[in-house]
Design a protein around this ligand. Structure first.
Ligand code: ADP
Ligand code: MG
Length: 277
């Protein structure tokens, strides 16, 4: 089973990309479990067609005995398994630690049993750039493969660099590797070149570029992935291509993060070029 964590700054498109990718993998016949790791608990909404009815950490806080896997592992579109970990209570605890607690509980309850023949476990919603808790799944060997959703703005690049520092730190202890950047919805000229140049400096690849399309929001307002809502549209094809690229990926690296100064220089250089063109 491949255990994949999807990182990126808030609102960059992690949940929509993850759910569409999971749906596309399910179409390809893969068995997939998606674990939402965001306190918003909206990582599985498009696969379930509604918000998840039972959030793992809330259940754990309210009923500490008699926990059953089927209470918080619900079947979603394409026979996917959907779990929402939830987050710590505001002001108490750490998101990273909460995710580890949730995964530990899922393990105890048999969610990863070999007899299920899962091909993938995806973790979505690990967005924090201010708290170092985001590295916990890497440190505790819960995530082996990381993809970072990005565009070319400065916070996105800073987030990637920070996550790459985490991967570098735990690569040899936990075995985690970066599988690539998922480039979502470009906004400005030359942004592709900037993200490509950054990927090269880190020693990784852009595994796929997803264009911006309003069909993503339309599908979302119907609580569906694009794959389910408009299976024949071009955007659905893009998610299928991304799923295939992940399924066939062999390019896993320990990235080489930049210093803050190198990052600033790269960003300014491409920004200036962009406005001169
Ligand atoms: P995150 O999980 O990173 O916080 P979401 O997946 O919730 O972000 O996406 C934030 C918003 O951006 C959503 O309303 C989503 O529909 C929209 N969005 C994401 N990717 C695209 C895209 N390629 N085209 C159009 N809208 C998108
Ligand atoms: Mg999200």
């Amino acid at each position: 089973m491949r255990k994949i964590a999807i990182y990126g700054k808030g609102c960059i498109g992690k949940s929509s990309i993850t759910q569409n990718t999971v749906a596309a993998l399910a179409e390809m016949g893969r068995k997939v479990m998606l674990v939402g790791c965001d306190s918003k608990a909206d990582s599985t909404r498009l696969l379930l067609g509604r918000l998840h009815p039972k959030i793992l950490l809330n259940t754990l806080r309210e009923e500490s005995e008699d926990l059953h896997l089927e209470d918080f592992r619900k079947e979603g579109w394409g026979k996917t398994f959907c779990v929402e970990s939830g987050g710590p209570e505001p002001g108490v605890g750490c998101t990273g630690r909460s995710v580890i607690t949730s995964i530990g509980l899922l393990e105890q309850l048999g969610a990863y049993d070999a007899k299920l023949q899962l091909d993938y476990a995806f973790y979505d919603g690990l967005s924090s750039v201010v708290c170092s808790g985001f590295v916990m799944p890497m440190r505790e060997k819960k995530a082996q493969e990381v993809y970072i959703v990005t565009s070319g703005d400065s916070l996105s690049l800073y987030t990637i660099n920070n996550i790459c520092r985490g991967i570098q730190k735990y690569a040899f202890l936990g075995g985690v590797r970066l599988g690539g950047l998922i480039y979502n919805s470009p906004n400005f000229d030359q942004e592709d070149d900037l993200v490509q140049a950054f990927a090269e400096q880190l020693g990784t690849q852009i595994i796929y570029s997803i264009p911006r399309d309003n069909i993503v929001q339309q599908a979302e307002f119907h609580n569906q992935t694009v794959i389910a809502y408009a299976p024949n549209c071009e955007q659905a094809q893009h998610y299928r291509h991304l799923a295939k690229a992940i399924d066939q990926n062999t390019n896993f690296v320990v990235p080489k993060p930049l210093s803050n100064q190198q990052l600033e220089t790269l960003w300014m250089k491409w920004g200036v070029l962009s406005f001169e063109c």
